[in-house]
Design a protein around this ligand. Structure first.
Ligand code: HPA
Length: 281
C-alpha cells in the first residue's frame, strides 16, 4: 500500500473516533492570527494535532495546532486552528495532508483563510478580500505518483474558487453591510517577504494579494473535488519602493489579522448558514 495513503488513513481513523456521530461537510482552514473564529464554534470537540498519528505540528507564529469540530451557522464544521506551511520545512505531502484527511471524513466545502500583503493599490490594511483565482510560484503538491483514488492526474483549475460560494459571500456581506473586495492571490514559498522589485513584478502579472500559504491546500482540495471558498485579510501593504523606514515583519501581520478576524468570522458564519447541504444527523 502507498505510504501516503497509510498516513492519511491513520490520521483519519483517529479524528473519526473523536468525532463520534458527527459528520461535518464543511471544513475551515484558519490562517495566521485568524484562529479566533474557533471561539464562535459551538458544542466544541478539540482534537490536538499532536495526538493525531502521522500528523505534523504547526510552528508558524499566530498558529495553534488543533482541529475543532462543532456547530457554526447551524451546520457541523471541522476547523483547523493552524495550518502547515512549506516554509516550515515540511514536504508538500505533509503541508496538505489535512485536506485529504478532510476528504476522507466527508468534507465537501472548504473555507480557507489567510493573512496577505496587498499589492493592489486600492486595498487597505484590514480589508477582507474574496480570492477569485491564484497564481502559484510554489512547488505543486500533486507532483509525484498520482493518488488516483483522490482525483485525476491532470486536474482542471479553471474554477478553483467556487463561483456559487463567492456569490453567497457577496450576498451575506451585503446583508451585513460589510464591504468585500475580490482579488488574485499570488502564492510564493516565503519565508522572506517580497523585495520591492518582486512586488512590482507580481503586480505587473496580475497579483492583488501576496502570501505564503493556501495555494497547496486549494490544489489538493480541487484534485479531490472539494469546493473551495478563499478569503484573505490584508495585513500589510507590500512595498513597491525601497524606503529604509519601511519594515515588514510578522508582528504587524498577526496584529492586523486579529483585528479583522472578528469581521471575517461573522462573514464565514453567515455564508455557512446559507449553504444548502443535506445534513446527516
Ligand atoms: N507577503 C507574503 N506573505 C504575507 C504578507 C506579505 O506581504 N503578509 C502576510 N503574509
Amino acid at each position: 500500500m502507498d505510504d501516503r495513503i497509510l498516513r492519511i488513513d491513520n490520521a483519519t481513523r483517529h479524528i473519526r473516533s473523536k468525532l463520534s456521530d458527527r459528520n461535518p461537510k464543511i471544513g475551515i482552514v484558519l490562517g495566521s492570527g485568524l484562529g479566533s473564529l474557533a471561539d464562535k464554534i459551538k458544542e466544541q470537540t478539540v482534537i490536538p494535532y499532536k495526538e493525531i498519528p502521522n500528523f505534523p505540528v504547526s510552528t508558524a507564529i499566530g498558529h495553534k495546532g488543533n482541529f475543532i469540530s462543532g456547530i457554526l451557522g447551524g451546520k457541523q464544521v471541522l476547523a483547523m486552528q493552524g495550518r502547515f506551511h512549506y516554509y516550515e520545512g515540511y514536504p508538500m505531502e505533509t503541508v496538505t495532508i489535512a485536506i485529504r484527511v478532510m476528504k476522507r471524513l466527508g468534507i465537501e466545502f472548504l473555507f480557507v483563510s489567510n493573512a496577505a500583503g496587498a499589492c493592489n493599490p486600492s486595498y487597505k490594511v484590514g480589508d477582507l478580500v474574496i480570492i477569485s483565482d491564484h497564481i502559484s510560484m510554489m512547488p505543486n503538491p500533486l507532483v509525484g505518483p498520482n493518488m488516483a483514488e483522490f482525483g485525476p492526474r491532470f486536474p482542471d483549475m479553471t474554477s478553483a474558487y467556487d463561483q456559487e460560494l463567492q456569490q453567497l459571500a457577496l450576498s451575506a456581506a451585503d446583508e451585513m453591510g460589510l464591504e468585500l473586495k475580490k482579488g488574485i492571490y499570488f502564492g510564493s514559498t516565503g519565508p522572506t517577504y517580497e523585495t520591492p522589485a518582486e512586488v512590482r513584478f507580481y503586480k505587473s502579472v496580475g497579483a492583488d494579494l501576496l502570501g505564503m500559504s493556501t495555494v497547496p491546500e486549494v490544489i489538493v482540495a480541487r484534485h479531490c473535488g472539494i469546493r473551495v471558498f478563499g478569503m484573505s485579510v490584508v495585513t500589510n501593504i507590500s512595498n513597491t519602493c525601497n524606503k529604509a523606514s519601511i519594515l515588514n515583519d510578522g508582528d504587524d501581520v498577526v496584529e492586523q489579522a486579529n483585528n479583522a478576524a472578528r469581521r471575517m468570522s461573522e462573514l464565514f458564519e453567515k455564508i455557512i448558514s446559507k449553504i444548502a447541504i443535506a445534513e446527516t444527523p
